[in-house]
Design a binder for this molecule. Structure first.
Ligand code: HEC
Length: 103
């Protein structure tokens, strides 16, 4: 029973691991929404509203331009981590999604 449980945990971990890898390295047809939900929503929420109690601002109402958002994704700011693995095109997709579809 213990072995079965451990095998199950290992399998889930493996699947999750593969998934993360293919997401960050191969998927070129992901939308801005997909990318936002994978990389940003854990802090900013899928709605973009952020989390006031944790000091995460809303992105839905940001005054930053698309280019500035892309730069902030690349470099991070204070407690927001940088995401250097997102390329320019992916960052701009996210930025366009934030500016045009999150309100
Ligand atoms: C670990 C939590 C975390 C993650 C993940 C995260 N952010 Fe942030 N974000 C923050 C925090 C905290 C700030 C406030 C930074 C500051 O100005 O001190 C912030 C600020 C921002 C702002 C500026 C909002 C404004 O108007 O001041 C934008 C835009 C933004 N994040 C977009 C993103 C995007 C896009 C992603 C995904 C690629 C992302 N963030 C991932 C925590 C996070």
């Amino acid at each position: 029973m213990l072995i079965r449980t451990l095998t199950l945990i290992a399998t889930v971990a493996l699947l999750a691991g593969c998934n993360t890898k293919s997401i960050s390295t191969t998927a070129e047809n992901l939308t801005g929404q997909d990318l936002f939900e994978m990389h940003c929503a854990q802090c900013h929420k899928a709605s973009g509203a952020g989390n006031f109690l944790k000091g995460v601002p809303s992105v839905a109402l940001t005054d930053l331009t698309e280019h500035e958002i892309s730069e902030q994704i690349l470099k991070g700011k204070n407690r927001m981590p940088s995401s250097p693995r997102l390329n320019y095109e992916q960052r701009m997709k996210i930025a366009r999604y934030i500016k045009h579809e999150l309100h």
